[in-house]
Design a protein around this ligand. Structure first.
Ligand SMILES: [Zn+2]
Length: 419
């Protein structure tokens, strides 16, 4: 592959002591040699260093490839569920029913479509929650970076019957993709099973990614063992240590008693975490992947975005799946998070820069990908180009005009999307 210099009016490297300030380069370029970045800087300087390179001039802003910190690629073909209007517990049951009719080939096709939509919108790394291990093969083959978290929903009986074997089979089958563990939620995974999953993850050095505090129903179940998730357990005949008893704790506090918080964990949603739970997650170094559009679809509530920002919680952004979110475009999510933060009274001028950080560096940190989320010489050549106005602050421009604006995506040095 010949060396290519990607030049644009603005390049956001997301590097330096203050990436939001130091990482903004005007009339700049990124040189790509094979699958690595060979240089980043002012366009004259970079072109001068590589006089024989092919120069590709882009409009708009070049950023590191975006990192989607919560998704379910296999549910890309389930968009009709997002428009069903069902509230969360009923939606979950509908999703379960629908799953039964799917074959391996359909799951794989659905996941492939999800990867395609992500690459098309500038995302080059994803935290993908995997319920059916058959999707690991096409996702690995696509080259998209990130972690595939093997999901477990199980009470003790289901775990012992076959889910334990299925889980280990998925973990032990090499597919060329970094794997992690996703204990689904505190209410759908028994405490003993959850503890075992934590132990396995730590033993094998795998990252974890549960859903946490997505709905008020979850808070009630964890605290007192009652409410709609208790009804679901009773209706399905499944068991749970907290059923009709509860832990007396908030969801974050409960997860902590299972050893399931830490810098090797990031949680999805965090809609109903109170101040004490948010402080606990910060203390443990656990990041939150916000999915505010999915929360709105499922009427699950509004995440305390302004509090997270004010308190300095490590944040990332996720689209969730198309079964509950309107798109896999991370800037569309960022724009919704911005709106919510403003509505909640967050007025600090750093809002847009922090959301761009969440979509890049924040996601990379949440997934434990130190080389992702920034453009650095020697690092992987994963970048995205957005045709947005360059006469305003580039962070604001990306958050307010970035959705649907991706004109180029480079993954491992290869141009995988161009418009
Ligand atoms: Zn999810």
């Amino acid at each position: 592959m010949p060396l290519t210099v990607h030049a644009a009016p603005v390049v956001l490297t997301m590097t330096g002591d203050d990436p939001a300030r130091d990482g903004v380069l005007r009339d700049a370029a990124v040189a790509v040699d094979g699958d690595r970045i060979a240089g980043v800087g002012p366009v004259g300087e970079v072109a001068g260093r590589f006089p024989d390179a092919r120069v590709r001039r882009w409009p708009g802003v070049i950023t590191p490839g975006l990192v989607n910190a919560h998704a379910h690629l296999q549910y890309t073909d389930f968009a009709h569920l997002a428009s069903s209007g069902l509230p969360f517990p009923e939606w979950l049951l509908a999703l379960n029913r629908e799953r039964a009719g799917y074959t391996e080939a359909r799951w794989q096709e659905s996941a492939r479509r999800g990867v395609h939509l992500m690459l098309k919108s500038g995302t080059t790394a994803v935290a993908d929650v995997v319920t059916h291990a058959c999707v690991l093969v096409p996702v690995a083959r696509s080259g998209i970076r990130g972690v595939s978290y093997i999901e477990v929903l199980a009470d003790d009986a289901a775990w012992a019957a076959k889910r334990r074997d299925r889980f280990f089979a998925a973990l032990d089958t090499p597919v060329g993709r970094t794997l992690g563990v996703s204990p689904h939620t505190p209410y759908s995974v028994g405490s003993a099973v959850f503890r075992e999953l934590v132990a396995v993850a730590r033993e094998r050095g795998l990252r974890m990614h549960p859903h946490l505090a997505e709905s008020a129903d979850e808070v009630e179940f964890v605290r007192s063992g009652t409410g709609s998730f208790a009804d679901v357990h009773h209706a399905l005949g499944t068991t749970h240590e907290l059923l009709d008893a509860g832990s007396g704790l908030a969801p974050g506090g409960y997860l902590d008693t299972l050893g399931a918080l830490g810098p090797d964990v990031h949680v999805a949603h965090g809609v109903h975490l109170d101040a004490a739970d948010r402080a606990l997650l910060r203390e443990r170094g656990t990041a939150v992947a916000l999915c505010v559009r999915s929360n709105a679809t499922l009427k699950a509530g509004e995440a305390p975005v302004a509090d997270y920002l004010t308190e300095g919680s490590p944040l990332a952004l996720g689209t969730d799946s198309l079964a509950s979110g309107p798109s896999l475009d991370l800037w569309e999510e960022a724009s919704a998070v911005r709106e919510l933060a403003l509505r909640q009274g967050y007025t600090a001028p750093d809002l847009d820069a922090r959301l761009v950080t969440a979509a890049t560096l924040g996601g990379a940190q949440a997934l434990g990908l130190p080389a992702a989320g920034h453009l650095t010489e020697g690092g992987p050549a994963d970048l995205a180009v957005f045709k947005v106005p360059t006469d305003l602050d580039p962070h604001t421009s990306l958050i307010t005009h970035g959705a649907g604006s991706c004109v180029g995506t480079v993954l491992g040095g290869r141009l995988v999307h161009r418009r």
